[in-house]
Ligand binder design. Structure first.
Ligand SMILES: Nc1nc2c(ncn2[C@@H]2O[C@H](COP(=O)(O)OP(=O)(O)OP(=O)(O)O)[C@@H](O)[C@H]2O)c(=O)[nH]1
Ligand SMILES: [Mg+2]
Length: 672
């Protein structure tokens, strides 16, 4: 029998039982002889000291086991929203997923966020309602919540008995339900069902697998990772209903890096999912943005921990060593990164981090740079005042960073209070031009740029709009190469706008272009400040772009916008009189108020900066009975005075300073 591979993600709201389920699956497959426990800190995943201390997963982890002829590479992910970036990177490499819920808590905020991402990416997903042994477990209620709040396209596979006790167990759901659910999306099954003849079991399973793999339905299992109840049907479902990895091992090499670890000597270990081709030890491969390197070691996950192998092939997950500059999200075999549209919102907080011992400053910078390789979203910044700051999802992530810096890098630090990260959007349109011949242009290039507002959420769109013959093909291979390089320069320049925040939701058009290749004395440009002479080089376009773009932006003006959250606040109705005015005082825009029995639900938009205050005040306002759920809700213009942020680089609007910093940079003095 040919073996198949399934790359399976385990996703859920925090504490639903992902790591416990992982342990249970490894045990059932015979990979481990003894069951570990999250509460004792003895599981196969959750191996970081911090994970064991806190009993939560912080980093995603890969383990491998077999179900019959299927090798399952399971990726256990963190459920805490502060570590959502770990989940984001994993989504790109999955063939299927199990979304875990608790039979007590049911559908939780993160459950909805994750399910939406899985659906957008069309990842076949089984649902597992865990913890049926716990007091308060109610599978019927959770099933209703699933169909109301996650998806109506569910197929209950089992039902539970003796809920809320250690003896809770599951039995197969009646076949009639399955037939009914599948008939909705299959004419053959519908015909047989209407006939009343009954559909043969193998045909039903086949149709269920087809509909699951096509993401038309989501089979739902229930059970307990703690007692093992319901694990058998779930395991069978994983092997049978989710699609095995496809891809040609003889095709071109193509893989995606989703995690980076360090070996004992500090060497990078990149986790790669191969989609096509075969990557061998000693192969030279292109990766990331135009880089290339030689693979010095390959390990492959195959029914246990990763083991040394000569090669990793299409469909497999392996680790590779030797590519010193590899980063998370890099593609291997093909240039570029998988930095497609993000599935989850960016971090909205940032905090200045200081070494407690001033002598540690240099080591802190190096440690943060290394952590940023493992987690690009922490986005380490150093401003003109030499302060280091990182972006964050929340306070738990901050505590974890603090502990990691102290424990793993020997650098005790303190964080300042977190502040929110704003963005800038252009207020109108602007245009600027610098030409090759002009006296004040220190660069050997002509660049004309127009900036206009784009649709909300559209990011930065870049276009070329000038005579194609003007593209400097002596330094860029093709028009496309030039367009891609310019788009990169533009995006880099927009990372700090007029008020120091990232500029987004805009369209930038390059409407003039010029270069100098030394074909005649008449064209030699003048200029007072000159960084180099001779023909136009890519650096001329790279350095001139921020100058022109910032001038265009200055003309357009920008609006500083702050992150907001959609909050759903549930309080006893008699407390509404106290809660509503408090919301308004916090600047919240109340959208709806509805009443269900003795409870009222208020939906409101709140500045992310006020959310923490609301969380802290709610217990007092609601007699300890308020519940708040919140979700990123985009950005809205700041009312009143707009906050600004110190730049990390010289402002291109001050040309003398900008040029002076560039020449310093060339000598490496500003690099950290
Ligand atoms: N009673 C009961 N407790 C469970 C079950 N599964 C997990 N738990 C407990 O729930 C807690 C969280 O379990 P984990 O496996 O760490 O949950 P997780 O989803 O991996 O959590 P994060 O990775 O931090 O999001 C632990 O105390 C587990 O012992 C179950 O089926 N029944
Ligand atoms: Mg976990």
């Amino acid at each position: 029998v040919e073996r198949k591979t399934l790359n399976l993600g385990i996703l859920a709201h925090v504490d639903a039982g992902k790591t416990t389920l992982t342990e249970r699956l490894l045990y059932a497959a015979g990979v481990i002889d003894e069951l570990g426990s999250v509460d004792r800190g003895t599981t196969q995943t959750d191996t970081l000291a911090l994970e064991r201390q806190r009993g939560i997963t912080i980093r995603s982890a890969v383990v491998s086991f077999a179900i019959g002829d299927v090798t399952v590479n399971l990726i256990d992910t963190p459920g805490h929203p502060d570590f959502i970036a770990e989940v984001e990177r994993v989504l790109a490499v999955l063939d299927g997923a199990v979304l875990v819920l608790s039979a007590v808590e049911g559908v939780q905020p993160q459950t909805r966020i994750l399910m939406r991402a899985l659906q957008r990416l069309r990842i076949p997903t089984l649902l597992f309602v865990n913890k049926i042994d716990r007091a308060g477990a109610d599978d019927e209620r959770v099933l209703r919540a699933i169909s109301e709040r996650l998806t109506p396209a569910i197929v209950p596979m089992v039902s539970a008995r003796g809920l809320g006790t250690r003896a809770a167990e599951v039995v197969a759901a009646p076949a009639g339900h399955l037939t009914e659910a599948l008939a909705e999306r299959s004419d053959a099954i519908l015909a047989a069902y209407v006939d009343g003849a009954g559909v043969p079991e193998p045909l039903l399973r086949e149709e269920l697998a087809r509909q699951t793999k096509s993401v038309l339905v989501h089979p739902v299992y229930v059970g307990s990772s703690l007692t093992g109840a319901g694990l058998e049907p779930l395991t069978a479902g994983i092997a049978e209903l989710l699609p095995a990895a496809a891809g040609d091992p003889d095709g071109p090499v193509r893989g995606t890096v989703f995690k980076i670890d360090r070996g004992p000597a500090g060497e990078k270990i990149a986790y790669v999912r191969m989609f096509s081709g075969t990557l061998r030890t000693r192969d030279r491969v292109p990766f990331g943005e135009g880089l290339e390197g030689k693979v010095t070691a390959v390990r492959v996950f195959d029914q246990g921990p990763a083991v040394q192998r000569p090669a990793v092939s299409a469909g497999e997950i392996g680790t590779i060593q030797g590519l010193a500059e590899i980063r998370i999200g890099d593609r291997i075999g093909l240039a570029g990164t998988d930095a497609t549209a993000h599935e989850f919102p960016p971090p909205t907080l940032e905090s200045v981090v200081e070494a407690r011992n001033p002598d540690d400053r240099g080591r802190l910078g190096a440690a943060l740079a290394r952590l940023a390789e493992e987690d690009p979203l922490i986005d380490v910044r150093q401003n003109a005042g030499a302060e280091l700051s990182v972006s964050l999802y929340g306070e738990v992530q901050k505590e974890v960073l603090e502990a990691t810096l102290a424990d793993d890098f020997g650098v005790p630090v303190s964080f300042r209070e977190s502040t929110t990260i704003c963005i800038e959007r252009p207020a109108g349109s602007g245009r600027a031009l610098e030409t090759l011949q002009s006296a004040e242009n220190p660069f050997m290039a002509t660049v004309g740029l127009r900036v206009e507002p784009g649709p909300i959420g559209s990011g930065v769109e870049f276009r070329l709009d000038f005579d194609r013959n003007l593209v400097p093909l002596h330094i860029y291979k093709t028009h496309e190469d030039f367009a891609a390089a310019m788009a990169r320069y533009v995006r880099d320049a927009l990372s700090e706008g007029l008020s120091g925040w990232q500029v987004t939701d805009c369209v930038v058009t390059m409407d003039d272009c010029g270069h100098y290749v030394g074909d005649g004395p008449g064209k030699r440009p003048g200029g007072e400040i000159r960084l180099h002479s001779g023909v136009t080089a890519p650096a001329d376009f790279r350095r001139l772009t921020p100058v022109v773009l910032m001038r265009a932006l200055e003309q357009a003006g920008t609006v500083v916008c702050e992150p907001v959250a959609h909050a759903r606040v549930e309080v006893p109705t008699e407390m509404l009189g106290a809660v509503l005015p408090a919301l308004v005082r916090l600047g919240a825009a109340v959208e709806t108020t509805s009443q269900a029995g003795t409870l009222s639900v208020v939906e409101a938009t709140v500045a992310a900066a006020k959310l923490q205050e609301l969380r802290l005040r709610l217990p007092g306002l609601s007699g300890g009975e308020g519940v708040i759920e919140s979700e990123f809700g985009g950005y809205r213009p700041v009312e009143g005075e707009a906050p600004s942020r110190q730049r990390t680089t010289a402002n291109p609007l001050n040309l003398a300073e900008y040029v002076s910093e560039l020449s310093h940079r060339r000598h490496g003095s500003l690099h950290t």
